[in-house]
Design a protein around this ligand. Structure first.
Ligand SMILES: [Zn+2]
Ligand SMILES: [Zn+2]
Length: 253
């Protein structure tokens, strides 16, 4: 490298240290003004952030949906057994989110992983920072589906979140059978299709000293639909770790 070029690079690095470049939008790549980033804490520019509907206001204490008619929503009140303490989601599963989720999940646009995970630290800070969470885990894909898609979007988002909030991430569940898309089923079908789908199977090297010891685990997924996926995953987790309190966290709902 010529001395001239070396100097230019070194000076550039020094300038970056002194004046960090503004972070760029996870969707369009435009720079984000510092003030906006501080207000929202997501890696999106104002124009892109406006496409999403952030969930805030009065919510169901259990599933986190927007709910003003009391403490617990109708779905949660009707569920015979709830195995998670509570679940929270960052944004509504609106048109923009559906589109990005499909681009990420089914068309394998993995650049979007950071954008998806970028919605979560804010929610984490609000609901989980005070809960002393020991582990983050994620909803597993069936082995066959994982081969097709080559990556598990829930695991990617969970690992990115874990590195930001400083909580260890471990694969603790396996999916015993592939399930068809939730959206293709009737409500009744959705509520029952997930029964007995998961089992507790911690990844190699995950050292848990005593399975009955109390611990707190957050299960990360991309979308919360009826809560039956999260509930069954929490059920399976508690079968293997009877001392665990299980929580849910999804990007959208
Ligand atoms: Zn943007
Ligand atoms: Zn609810």
């Amino acid at each position: 490298m010529g001395a001239d070029l070396w100097w230019k690079k070194a000076a550039g690095r020094l300038l970056d240290l002194l004046y960090p470049p503004p972070p760029s939008c996870g969707l369009c790549g435009r720079n984000i003004a510092a003030g906006f980033r501080e207000r929202t804490s997501v890696s999106l520019c104002p124009a892109c952030a406006a496409k999403f509907c952030f969930l805030s206001g009065s919510i169901c204490r259990v599933c986190g949906r927007l709910w003003t008619e009391g403490d617990v929503c109708g779905d949660c009140a009707r569920r015979p057994d709830t195995f998670f303490v509570f679940s929270r989601s960052a944004v509504a599963y609106n048109h923009a989110m559906k589109e990005y989720m499909a681009r990420y999940k089914y068309r394998g646009d993995r650049k979007l992983a950071g954008m998806m995970a970028g919605f979560l630290p804010q929610i984490w800070k609000r609901y989980y920072a005070g809960e002393q969470i020991d582990w983050i885990t994620y909803i597993p894909l069936h082995a066959e589906r994982l081969r097709e898609r080559t990556f598990n979007q829930a695991e990617e988002v969970a690992r990115l979140l874990g590195s930001v909030v400083g909580v260890p991430v471990a694969g603790l569940l396996v999916r015993k059978r592939a399930t068809e898309k939730q959206s293709r089923r009737t409500r009744y079908g959705r509520l029952h299709a997930m029964e007995n789908v998961f089992s507790y199977c911690p990844e190699a090297g995950w050292g848990v000293p005593d399975s009955s010891a109390p611990c707190r685990i957050v299960i990360v997924d991309d979308v919360y639909t009826t809560g039956s996926t999260l509930n069954e995953a929490a059920h399976a987790l508690k079968a293997g770790l009877p001392g665990a309190d299980v929580y849910g966290l999804t990007v959208a709902r």
